[in-house]
Design a protein around this ligand. Sequence first.
Ligand code: ADP
Length: 469
Amino acid sequence: RKKWNRVVGVLKELEESCETTVGRLRQVVDAMAVEMHAGLASEGGSKLKMLLTFVDNLPSGSEKGIFYALDLGGTNFRVLRVELGGQRSDLDPDVEQQPIPEQLMTGRSEDLFDFIASSLYRFVEKGNDSVQSPVTKELGFTFSFPVKQTSVSSGVLIKWTKAFAINDMVGKEVAGALQQALTRKGLNMRVAVLQVNDTVGTIALGRYHDEDTVAAVIIGTGTNACYWERTDAIIKCQGLVTTSGSMVVNMEWGNFWSSHLPRTSYDIELDAESPNPNDQGFEKMISGMYLGDIVRRVILRMSEESDIFGPVSFRLYMPFALRTPVMAAMHEDDSPELMEVARILKDVLDIPDIPLKARKLVVKICDVVTRRAARLAAAGIVGILKKIGRDGSGGITGGRSRSDVKMRRTAVAVEGSLYTQYTMFREYLHEALNEILGEDIARHVVINVTEDGSGTGASLLAASHSSSG
Ligand code: ADP
């Protein structure tokens, strides 16, 4: 007995618990806007941290000159240079990447920063820029570690993550440590911006190319968003004054949670077995790190309930055995016999020779999981638009109908492979934006793909925060 009806039952249950009707998505939109308010009202007021970035100036496109960025966040670091001509144009940065010698990752902070400063010095020297120039060069410093930001160009290291463990640095000012190393090296360069979250670089890039940009979203291995907020709405920081009257707020939206999110038993198990249970709930339903693993769990359940997948493959028990790009390849297999699905099931999950009917089921699982992810991401985006009054719900004039709403053109910068490389994800996201907003409003909302917020974006922030104005 194949127990086909059991498998169909598992699928049906999955579909029901992943349901994202427009009504449900609108509840998520509202919850997101409410949580944003709560996170801005008080420290710890919401699962959304709503962190101040002190970035109160985004590039206008009229910036001129040569600007630098330094991107430190993993085992490699990158140095970049962009030359801006004063008109929005294609950015064509010079980039150099190099590994950090292992012993520097666990040694003394001075040695690490001296090494970085020397690399920068050589990079400046090699380019069309003079090391001796009396004009101070402006640097954007992307430092992707937990930092308590204290101004646009300073912040204190809370702890190291990844392969780093430099004890004398914890609790110290990171931009200051770099600045001192630059000075020791005799490099006339100023750390203009300390960027601790790459979404901020993404919104800078977005604004540089499109002046209507109000938010940035990253959907890759993880997910996060930031947006441009009025300082008087940042209630938890009374008396905050900026010349622009606004500031970029880093939402840390991966940690968003609401009872309206459609949650399955697979999500609950994934969360419980993760190193950070009860954290990053939104991210665990949306981002590339997890989608493949949700699909693996569903296939495992089906395999346990019936024998249509043959004997239960041990690979199905291995966490993350099915990576999201591989899952996407099955989802997007358009061959009539689903040969790519067959190949992946065999090669990756060690499930050979299953009937076409069962392969179709696997594609359906991928579809359900990805569709839910993309639609929830869309709801999150609309939540941001609602918070800043750009969802078309606020501006109805003279009691006219919804179609007469005056809606300003609004752009959102999006970065990350899940969005850029996974066509079905992208299409589901756009479809949901249209459904939630209605086409009349949605046509004023544009999604722009940006690339390299952590590098190029940081150099643009150096430009918009340069001391020469
Ligand atoms: P980051 O790791 O900095 O977020 P990316 O934005 O490139 O970098 O995102 C990488 C993630 O995107 C991978 O972990 C993977 O889950 C997902 N991904 C990459 N390529 C694809 C693809 N073709 N289809 C679906 N997901 C993909």
